[in-house]
Design a protein around this ligand. Structure first.
Ligand code: NAP
Length: 290
């Protein structure tokens, strides 16, 4: 029940109506019985500062940040975590005594499934080769995640050479420098046979274009035996890309767990207490009919 004492959390983005965050956060808050509500806020880029000033005044406790504000929110913060600085993007904002603070929970969210015992037992990450498809915002969190795992080689594949070079160059100036090797899609057949972890960070195959895949089947069949294939997309579940990877005999991971885990870490930061991750996971599975 919303009362005169209910505290506000939320998510800002534009558009925001597709966001699944309200589903999982409100499920967790209801389960905990905390007097909070988590709301979607559609905020235009030009209104970002006004919105954040307004949130300060009305007592919003914290908020998630999605496209297109993940980078532009940074100058409006009074502190930023080293991790968010490395990624160059903030997805979680919290109150501090001096103003808003920002961090990035996508890296830990991405890593959570890979840290499950079934993967760490099979895979010593040192000496492993990781290939990331796409060089957008999510790819940045994946690069930091792969570097944290200790992957020896991190390859990033993109379609625009200039953007790829900028992407590569940005890591040299980062507080957490990473040696990223860049490739255009034509080079993929060569690197795939050495790939231990293949991650799709492009939107190819995302609902409603569910028949698409970033790789043709013949190319997927070049993947090194025993590789792990990870798709950040969570709907459809599994994607065509993951279906082909499974047919190839790869271990597959879909994007749902990353979504759940990045949200759970954010909620824990705001509430300063453990949160019911399983309730968050189940609420999304139910909402998505999985
Ligand atoms: P983004 O910043 O727009 O980056 C998308 C990347 O994909 C860009 O490098 C883009 O290339 C490339 N791309 C797009 N269409 C392509 C095509 N047809 N062929 C080749 N490359 C293409 O988006 P993002 O924020 O990184 O998100 C990417 C995906 O990850 C989305 O599907 C999103 O839902 C998912 N995601 C999932 C989670 C999760 O928790 N599971 C979290 C974050 C993101 P150009 O730069 O050349 O345009």
């Amino acid at each position: 029940m919303i009362t005169g004492t209910t505290k506000i959390l939320g998510v800002i983005g534009d558009p925001i109506s597709h966001s699944l965050s309200p589903v999982m956060h409100n499920a967790a808050l209801t389960h905990l019985g905390w007097d909070y509500v988590y709301l979607p806020f559609a905020i235009k880029s030009d209104d970002l500062k006004t919105a954040m000033d307004g949130f300060s005044v009305i007592g919003v406790e914290g908020f998630s940040v999605t496209i297109p504000h993940k980078q532009t929110v940074i100058p409006l913060l009074s502190e930023i975590s080293p991790l968010a600085q490395s990624v160059g993007a903030v997805n979680t904002v919290y109150r501090t005594e001096k103003g808003w603070g920002g961090t990035n929970t996508d890296v830990e969210g991405f890593l959570a499934p890979l840290k499950q015992p079934k993967f760490s037992l099979k895979t010593a990450w040192k000496d492993r080769v990781c290939v990331i498809l796409g060089n957008g915002g999510a790819a940045r969190a994946v690069v930091v995640g792969c570097a944290q795992l200790g992957c020896t080689e991190i390859h990033v594949v993109g379609r625009n050479l200039q953007k790829l070079e900028e992407f590569q160059g940005s890591w040299k100036l980062s507080p957490f420098p990473v040696d990223v090797k860049i490739h255009q899609w034509e080079n993929l057949p060569e690197i795939l046979k050495e790939t231990d972890l293949l991650v799709n960070t492009t939107p190819i195959g995302m609902s409603p274009k569910i028949d698409q895949s970033p790789l043709e089947k013949s190319l997927m069949n070049r993947l090194k035996e025993g590789g792990i294939v990870y798709d950040l997309i969570y709907t459809p579940n599994p994607t065509r890309f993951l279906q082909m990877a499974e047919e190839r005999g790869a271990i597959i991971i879909d994007g749902l767990e990353m979504l759940v885990q990045q949200g759970a870490i954010a909620l824990q930061l705001w509430l300063k207490q453990p949160v019911p991750v399983e309730i968050m996971r189940q609420s999304l599975r139910q909402y998505l009919n999985l």
